[in-house]
Design a protein around this ligand. Structure first.
Ligand code: NAD
Length: 497
């Protein structure tokens, strides 16, 4: 039996101690204005704790602390092999506190404990460890000049990085930023989403315990319009690294243009096409992947396979196979280790998802399964797996990111038709294709406009490959050694000889 199944999670949850203040200059402090906001459990609708609501004054303090630490060189000029050791200890401390962190994640945003304990927390630690291990193996360059000069091409940290992250994988998205940003010597001010501040607040303390100097990592919980905007407009922030919606990504471009032209990197939304060709092998297995591709994490995944493009000759048979997974994916208590689909993050988001379901019905899509809120008696925000068939590419549920457990099945005629529909989106994050034909696979891989293409698999990746999108899914890449580029600037040093 796995560790997740053996643990009594409810019992552990009762004993949790929440960190609920901002973390600035190496210690917990209340928001300067004394304000707090309710941190609500989506599983029950109950308040877990009240968290400091940071505003611009708190952001100023955090940025000043990050700047002071950066300029002092205590971290930014530390030898890479020493930064490596600190970050390795940080990764290990995340693993040592995996039970506590998994609980915080699940209570805070509603995902099943089996996922937070087996995916979110271990992968967060692995991400930090990966950049720790990488950083003393990355070399700068010597340019091929004539022999009367020596020209060095050096990478330098940017300075103060603001990391603004979403609530769907709260710690993992934060670590995708923290790993490369800290490894390259920057200082960071992290703003978690207001729906999910708890793990970010807890790991800040673990980072200091690992040896990260005070001020190098600060955490300012608070709302987007206040804390988020203050970071985006701050004159002393050198870069914003953002993950979240396309709408808010655009605000950060505007904030940058209206302030100090800080660098901006955006990992935004998606509407991933999941294409099943008629020659694809083993429809049963593909149906399982298609169900997992949309219902994992309640569909609150940027590259959720939310548009199922199925060849018209197999569409009814295939959609029925995917729908057959609905009973085992009924939402349940996120702390129950057998639960595979938890609660949506908050009431407002649940209402938004239900609104899209109503829209699907009214625009003429055929509801195959799901469609109504469930488990209302718990006070939590639960929506079951919902599948629409006979969706046309122009319908709202085929165009907008729903970010919930709602699948839109769209029939297509041939490969050209599938690629046309796949590319008919403002987004270009992920795409998937199932086929036995290698030519079909290569043709599609060249023509589909997306940052990640899965062939005969779904959502398979690890920290070694870049993640990010084309078009309005953003720009810049998280993960892999490529992420190091966005947290550094190149400096040329030309030495006359
Ligand atoms: P969101 O855009 O509402 O919020 C993201 C962050 O921005 C939060 O910290 C929020 O407080 C802040 N924010 C909100 N409004 C702001 C404003 N006016 N000014 C400054 N900051 C503001 O996104 P969300 O609802 O938290 O997350 C869901 C979105 O994230 C989806 O669109 C999803 O596709 C995307 N996402 C993308 C990736 C990726 O790697 N591409 C990964 C995960 C999630």
């Amino acid at each position: 039996m796995s560790a997740a199944l053996k643990t009594d999670w409810h019992d552990q949850a009762r004993r949790l101690d929440y960190r609920n203040q901002a973390f600035i200059d190496g210690r917990y402090v209340p928001a300067a204005g004394g304000k707090t906001f309710d941190c609500v459990s989506p599983a029950t609708g109950q308040v877990l704790t009240k968290v400091a609501a940071c505003e611009s004054e708190d952001v100023d303090r955090a940025v000043a602390s990050a700047r002071k630490a950066f300029e002092s060189g205590v971290w930014s000029r530390m030898a890479p092999r020493d930064r490596k050791r600190v970050l390795q200890r940080f990764a290990q401390l995340i693993l040592d506190h995996a039970t506590e962190l998994a609980l915080l994640e699940t209570l805070d945003m509603g995902k099943p404990i089996r996922d937070s304990s087996s995916i979110d927390i271990p992968l967060s630690a692995r991400c930090i460890a990966y950049y720790a291990e990488a950083i003393d193996k990355v070399y700068d360059q010597v340019a091929p000049t004539a022999d009367n000069a020596l020209a060095l091409v050096l990478r330098e940290p940017l300075g103060v990085i603001a990391a603004v992250v979403p609530w769907n994988f709260p710690l993992m998205m934060a670590c995708w930023k923290l790993g490369p940003a800290l490894a390259t010597g920057n200082s960071v001010v992290l703003k978690p989403a207001e729906q999910s501040p708890l793990t970010a607040l807890r790991v800040a303390e673990l980072a200091v315990e690992a040896g990260l100097p005070a001020g190098v990592l600060n955490v300012v919980p608070g709302f987007g319009e206040t804390a988020g905007q203050a970071l985006g407009r701050h004159m002393d922030v050198d870069m914003v690294t953002f993950t979240g919606s396309t709408e808010v990504g655009k605000y950060f471009m505007k904030y940058s243009g209206e302030s100090n032209l800080k660098r901006v990197s955006l990992e935004c939304g998606g509407k991933t096409p999941h294409i099943v060709m008629p020659d694809a092998e083993n429809l049963d297995r593909i149906a399982a992947e298609a169900a997992g591709g949309i219902f994992f994490n309640q569909g609150e995944v940027c590259n959720a396979g939310s548009r199922l493009l199925v060849h018209e000759s197999i569409k009814d048979e295939f959609v029925a196979k995917v729908a057959a997974y609905a009973p085992e994916l009924q939402p349940g208590d996120p702390l129950d280790p057998t639960t595979k689909l938890g609660a949506l993050v908050e009431r407002r988001h649940m209402e938004r998802v239900l609104g899209y379901i109503d829209r699907g019905r009214s625009e003429g899509a055929r509801l195959v399964v799901g469609g109504e809120r469930v488990r209302q008696e718990t006070g939590g925000y639960y929506v079951p797996p919902t599948i629409f068939a006979d969706v046309t590419p122009g319908m709202t549920i085929a165009r907008e990111e729903i970010f919930g457990p709602v699948l839109s099945a769209i029939p297509f005629k041939d490969l050209d038709d599938a690629i046309r529909i796949a590319n008919d989106s403002i987004y270009g994050l992920g795409a998937a294709l199932w086929t036995r034909d290698i030519t079909t696979a290569h043709r599609a891989a060249r023509r589909i406009r997306a940052g990640i293409l899965y062939v005969n698999t779904y959502d398979s990746d690890d920290i070694t490959t870049p993640f990010g999108g084309f078009k309005q899914s953003g720009f810049g890449r998280d993960k892999s050694l490529h992420a190091l580029d966005k947290y550094t600037d190149l400096k040329t040093v030309w030495i006359g000889l």
